[in-house]
Design a protein around this ligand. Structure first.
Ligand code: FAD
Length: 317
């Protein structure tokens, strides 16, 4: 039996999370004395997975799967797991994969744990650590079913190269019309150059920016860093920025390597959505702003003075 991962793609290219899953699964495989098989859908770049420890790819090529359909994808993964006799299936915590994981868990009669961080605490019994309570606490979950499914929290393991020799095999799962009976159209409203979901760095602005006319500060800093732009809830409520940029408890969750908050107070509902980010930086002119309590680095100062200087320094670097 090998560990099965679902290596997600977008427009025929692997998402970064596919390599993170491969890195993670190959480490888990080492401790279980097994190998990693990746399921890919409409992606011809299988070789890229080898450097992260994947030794076999099941490559599905089917035009009907160009659009994500949870039921069909869950059926494909079920058939792949059965073919490989996989007792452990690992997916990401992307919106699509979380949707798909619960259906797959039903299909395979498997226990499922989402938001997993770190390597399993123990493989027998199988215990994993998970983010809980909006990333403010951890929870230890034990899965006792024969087949186990876990969804890894984004950016929680990182990329680790571990070359393996790879064999790729065409895989043609049987699908019927009922698999495509529910169709969901998704529209990604990307305002910045980098999508929040794929970003390593996010620069986010709050009400301290005073108005939309000052948003060039956020955009210029983001562009100097190759980052995505985001905002606090009031900023999108006021119409300064689109709702697709709103992050926090009621907005998009962010788990980046670097989150820079400019003129954001750090209300609990905002922090809940960005707490999983590795390094948090705040720029705020009020030293008492709650954000400073959770930040790794903070600048007490006027955003209108600090941000242009920061951009200048980054560009000169
Ligand atoms: P403010 O609270 O107005 O803070 C502005 C900050 O800018 C202040 O700290 C100020 O010191 C600083 N500032 C002012 N001028 C400058 C300057 N020149 N330079 C530098 N700093 C400056 N909020 C979210 O963001 N996301 C959510 O998902 C979310 N969900 C919510 C859900 C519920 C049920 C509720 C009740 C609230 C939610 N909120 C959410 C709102 C949240 O409680 C806060 O009101 C909000 O996050 C505050 O946004 P802000 O920090 O941009 O604005």
């Amino acid at each position: 039996m090998s560990i099965l991962i679902y290596a997600e793609s977008s427009d025929g290219k692997f998402k970064k999370v596919a390599f993170e899953l491969a890195s993670y699964a190959s480490k888990v495989a080492e401790s279980l004395g097994t190998t990693v098989t990746a399921l890919t859908i409409n992606n011809t770049n299988s070789d890229e997975l080898a450097q992260y420890g994947v030794s076999k790819v099941l490559a599905v090529s089917n035009e009907k799967l160009n659009t994500f359909t949870a039921k069909a994808y869950a059926d494909v993964l079920k058939q792949a797991a059965e073919k490989e006799a996989s007792k452990l299936v690992i997916l990401s915590s992307s919106t699509d994969s979380i949707y798909l994981s619960s259906l797959l868990a039903v299909n395979l009669n498997a226990g499922f744990a989402s938001n997993v961080v770190g390597l399993p605490i123990s493989t027998s019994p199988f215990q994993v650590k998970r983010n809980a309570f909006s990333n403010k606490a951890f929870n230890i979950t034990e899965i006792n079913t024969e087949v186990k499914i876990i969804a890894l929290a984004k950016n929680s393991y990182g990329l680790h190269e571990n070359s393996a020799s790879l064999t790729a095999e065409d895989f043609n799962p049987s699908l019927n019309d009922a698999d495509f009976s529910i169709h969901i159209d998704s529209v990604e409203k990307a305002t910045g150059k980098v999508a929040i979901a794929d970003a390593d760095i996010v620069v986010s602005g709050g009400r301290g920016l005073k108005g939309p006319e000052n948003w060039h500060l956020i955009e210029d800093l983001a562009s100097a860093l190759g980052a995505a732009t985001a905002c606090s809830k009031p900023v999108s409520d006021l119409g300064w920025r689109p709702h697709s940029e709103h992050v926090g408890q009621t907005g998009k969750p962010v788990a980046t390597n670097l989150y820079i908050a400019v003129g954001i107070s750090g209300a609990i509902q905002h922090i809940a959505g960005i707490n999983a980010s590795k390094v948090k930086v705040v720029i705020n002119n009020d030293p008492e702003a709650p954000f400073f309590k959770v930040a790794d680095y903070g600048v007490v100062g006027d955003a209108f003075e600090v941000v242009p200087k920061l951009i200048e320094k980054i560009k000169a670097f």
